[in-house]
Design a protein around this ligand. Structure first.
Ligand code: ADP
Length: 381
């Protein structure tokens, strides 16, 4: 007997009982309704976000625009949807567009990119943008979604902080220099008079003044514009000899075992003092961020056009998400746990880049870090 006959025999109306196909339709409907609910939910989030969220086609035309975008740029959705995104670019940032599009075409995301954009009333604002590719079902990139956040206040705050640091370090420089001169005079006098009682105190004082002097110099160097004027005195020298001298000096101040793996020395062509400053920064960090019973290994290897120095510690390590951030001025991961100002790596990276080299790292949390810096080889070596 068919299902229909069965139902009729039982006295139930076949119309009230769902068939298999209507069941399918019903569950499909439920799914569609759920999906629509979800979409509406997401749309409400996008709409109410304070961040500007917009989408654009691969040709660079704006396809959607939320209230956050309206607040940030001043255009309403009606005014701007369908217009090219270049409307938002100030003259000095027109290169942004092709660069961003290149990344998107490759299916890559552009994360927290700091740039400037133009508002409807002609103001130029600092923004941080994240652009992600939108793909169709086959995985083809068909557009992009863009989240922009106004960071003008943050930039202004950074500028004020840098101005303060620059002014304070300038003011501190003169009294410290004078103090160093008088300490030198006093030392000469004491040595001449054969004073043995107070001389050790003076020497301790002089060491502290030297530390202070170095701190103020570092602060001065991170001031805006300083690096642009930095004069580099490039010569050819054996990098491994410079490293050895610094290692020997620092070994006197720490219980860590500082090891140097030496190779056949080759000449590099760079500013010797500045290179020493970078190495000292990296070695001091390795000491600071690892326990004193651990070793620190310094090694140098040579590639075709460059020498690469590595400083390996077995300390606290760094999470990968901080690899770029730690090179920013004043950025510190372990704020408060370890002493420091967060400028050593910013300075080191800037100095090496100006010398035609670079600074980078590999690390594993809890196991340790290896910082590398590269510098050009002397062409004849
Ligand atoms: P500072 O050490 O004064 O904070 P740096 O600019 O030298 O400043 O370093 C920035 C941040 O990078 C540090 O605050 C620390 O969080 C991290 N860091 C640097 N070197 C190491 C290292 N060898 N091991 C672990 N963390 C490090």
């Amino acid at each position: 007997m068919s299902d229909k006959n069965n139902l009729e025999a039982s006295g139930k109306s076949p119309k009230l009982m769902p068939t298999v196909s209507s069941l399918n339709n019903q569950s499909e409907m439920t799914n569609i309704l759920k999906m629509m609910e979800k979409l509406l939910h997401w749309a409400a989030i996008v709409e109410s976000s304070d961040d500007a969220i917009i989408s654009k086609s691969m040709e660079g035309y704006i396809t959607s625009w939320n209230t956050g975008a309206e607040k940030l740029y001043g255009y309403t959705a009606e005014e701007i949807v369908g217009k090219p995104v270049s409307v938002l670019m100030p003259a000095d940032r027109e290169d942004d567009f092709p660069n961003i599009m290149r990344e998107l075409k490759e299916g890559r995301k552009v994360d927290h990119y700091e740039t400037r954009r133009k508002t409807k009333d002609g103001r130029v604002i600092d923004v941080s943008i994240t652009v992600s590719p939108i793909k169709d079902a086959s995985g083809k990139v068909i557009g992009a979604s863009k989240i922009a956040r106004d960071i003008s206040e943050q930039i202004e705050y950074q500028k004020r902080r840098e101005d303060f640091v620059s002014a304070a370090s300038h003011e501190l420089k003169t009294p410290i220099t004078t103090q160093k001169v008088y300490e030198g005079l006093l030392k000469n006098l004491m040595e001449k008079n054969g004073d043995q009682e107070y001389l050790p105190y003076l020497q301790k004082m002089m060491q502290q003044t030297e530390k202070l002097h170095k701190l103020v110099n570092d602060l001065l160097q991170v001031s805006r514009g300083y690096m642009g004027q930095l004069q580099l005195d490039k010569t050819k020298f054996y990098i491994e000899d410079v490293l050895e001298e610094i290692i020997n000096d620092l070994q006197k101040t720490t219980k860590h075992k500082l090891l140097q793996i030496r190779h056949e020395p080759k000449y590099v062509y760079a500013d010797k003092d500045r290179t020493g400053q970078v190495f000292t920064n990296l070695l001091n960090n390795a000491i600071k961020y690892s326990a004193e019973d651990k070793e620190i290994i310094v090694s140098t290897f040579y590639r075709v056009n460059e020498a690469v120095v590595s400083v390996q510690d077995f300390g606290i390590g760094i999470e990968e998400k901080y690899y770029e951030k730690i090179f920013e001025k004043f950025y510190r991961v372990n704020n408060g746990t370890y002493p420091g100002m967060g400028i050593g790596l910013a300075l080191s990276s800037e100095i090496m880049k100006r010398q035609g080299g670079n600074v980078w790292l590999e690390s594993e949390v809890g196991k340790g870090s290896t910082f590398y810096f590269s510098l050009p080889m002397d062409e004849e070596s």
